[in-house]
Design a binder for this molecule. Structure first.
Ligand code: PLP
Length: 453
């Protein structure tokens, strides 16, 4: 074991960390971040980093926002907690639901159900979908269609929809009734079609999954507007609109998992708006509080809610987490959303995102950069062994991980994803100078690593 400081030693002794190989920590140690301000964070030695990934894609307003801290403090002093179950409520959860329904008017969302995070928000959506069809007298409609390389969380429902084998295999058998269609990655293609027909061909591939299963058995399509953890996959133009048409044609609900794309990330307030689609159900977490406290939310259209309301005698929605509508988390969300709107952070994501993407595109000068893409402040630099064939490096080489570790030595935190995609998802308050710092560090790191592979 090298690089092991006292913090890493204690962590290794006592704590089991999420999504982490213990041997990786033994080899490389842990970086403990102790403070943050804007888009920058600081380690225990006072060293500064630009956080080009907003930690896990979520600190949309940036670090050190005193007004969120104050809002939580006030709420905690007044009432730290009271449930929203069975005829009781706290007030912040109603304030936040009202706020969200207002923000989601263009998307046609009518009611919001709260939970503790993204996986629970997705689980809630999946259970709403199943009950919706039972209440409408079509219990045979229970299958859920998602895509390869999708990430929808870690609980059994979301995991069954997830399309990343590495996350799934060890927990099989997963839930029955989950189907996976091809991923619409425009670079690492699963669907063979000329560029001008690619979007439609991907949508048709998903429709074939529905048709081959019998549309009468399919309840919903669930998609991330931009696939995040699967590789920052921005769908080709028109693909998501085609999914909307397919869902309507086959009487299937369309669920947008906006856990990453919600609240300004794409340069619009929501991914649905960015891609001009009105889904039936939307899931949120992460940017809803920018991580200041944990919170998940599932929003539904009027049609979905009214189906439950009008058929309540057949069974209420018997679902809810203890912390559904936690008042302190809702207070954090309200203060956070206020900042996002007041500072037009979606607009900043568009503006600075364009600059970041322009800078990242220059990295194509490196032979091992095969593809660069982005929307708002969400971007991908795809590394490849061979540009002509688009062949990837052997996973055991850990090329993207090596780039990311070198980038960190240069003062920038970003994230390597499976298939050697470098992922960028910084706070939406990122400055032009910070965008340039990110590009310079990645440029240098790729140049150095490219010379060794
Ligand atoms: N859905 C999407 C699209 C996500 O990216 C994530 C997490 O990254 C989740 C769901 C799960 O959220 P959580 O980790 O808060 O449970």
């Amino acid at each position: 074991m090298k690089n092991i400081d006292a913090v890493t030693e204690r962590a290794l002794q006592y704590r089991w960390a999420p999504f982490t190989r213990t041997r990786y920590v033994e080899q490389h140690g842990l970086l403990s971040i102790v403070r943050g301000e804007g888009a920058k964070v600081y380690d225990a030695n006072g060293r500064e980093y630009v956080d080009a990934h907003a930690s896990l894609w979520l600190v949309n307003v940036g670090y050190g926002r005193q007004e969120i801290v104050d809002a939580v403090h006030r709420q905690m002093q007044k009432l730290p907690w009271f449930s929203c179950f069975e005829g009781y409520t706290n007030l912040p959860s109603i304030d936040l639901a009202e706020k969200l329904v207002g923000m989601l008017k263009p998307e046609g969302m009518d009611k919001v159900f709260f939970s503790g995070g993204g996986s629970e928000a997705v689980e809630t959506a999946l259970k709403i979908v199943r009950q919706y069809w039972k209440l409408r007298g079509k219990p045979e409609k229970y299958k859920i269609v998602s895509r390869n390389r999708a990430y929808h969380g870690v609980t059994f429902g979301g995991l069954s929809a997830t399309g990343m084998p590495a996350n799934r295999t060890m927990f099989e058998p997963l839930l029955p009734g989950f189907l996976h269609a091809p991923c619409p990655d425009p670079y690492l293609r699963e669907v063979d079609a000329p560029d001008d027909r690619f979007a439609l061909a991907c949508a048709q591939a998903l429709e074939r999954v529905i048709e081959s299963e019998d549309p009468r058995s399919v309840a919903a399509i669930i998609v991330e507007p931009v696939q995040g953890a699967g590789g920052v996959i921005i769908p080709p133009d028109g693909y998501l609109r085609a999914l909307r048409e397919i869902a309507t044609r086959h009487d299937v609900l369309l669920v947008f998992d906006e856990v990453i794309t919600g609240f300004g990330r794409t340069g619009e307030m929501f991914g649905a708006r960015c891609f001009d689609v009105r889904p039936d159900i939307m899931t949120f977490a992460k940017g809803i509080t920018s991580g200041y406290l944990p919170l998940g939310a599932t929003a539904v259209s009027r049609n979905v809610f009214e189906t439950f309301y009008e058929n309540e005698q057949k069974g209420a929605f018997r679902h809810g987490n203890t912390y559904s509508g936690h008042p302190a988390a809702c207070a954090a969300a309200l203060a956070n959303l206020d900042i996002i709107e007041r500072e037009d952070l979606a607009g900043n994501a568009r503006k600075i995102g364009a600059r970041l993407l322009e800078g990242l595109r220059t990295l194509s000068k490196h032979e091992i950069v095969g593809f660069v893409d982005g929307v708002g402040l969400l971007a991908r630099v795809q590394l490849v062994r061979d540009r002509k064939t688009r062949a990837l490096f052997a996973p055991e080489l850990g090329v993207a991980d090596r780039v990311a570790r070198r980038v960190r030595e240069l003062g920038v935190i970003m994230r390597p994803l499976p298939n050697d995609a470098l992922s960028f998802s910084p706070p939406l308050c990122l400055t032009a100078l910070e965008a340039d710092t990110i590009v310079a560090a990645v440029d240098r790191s790729i140049g150095e690593v490219a010379g060794t592979v």
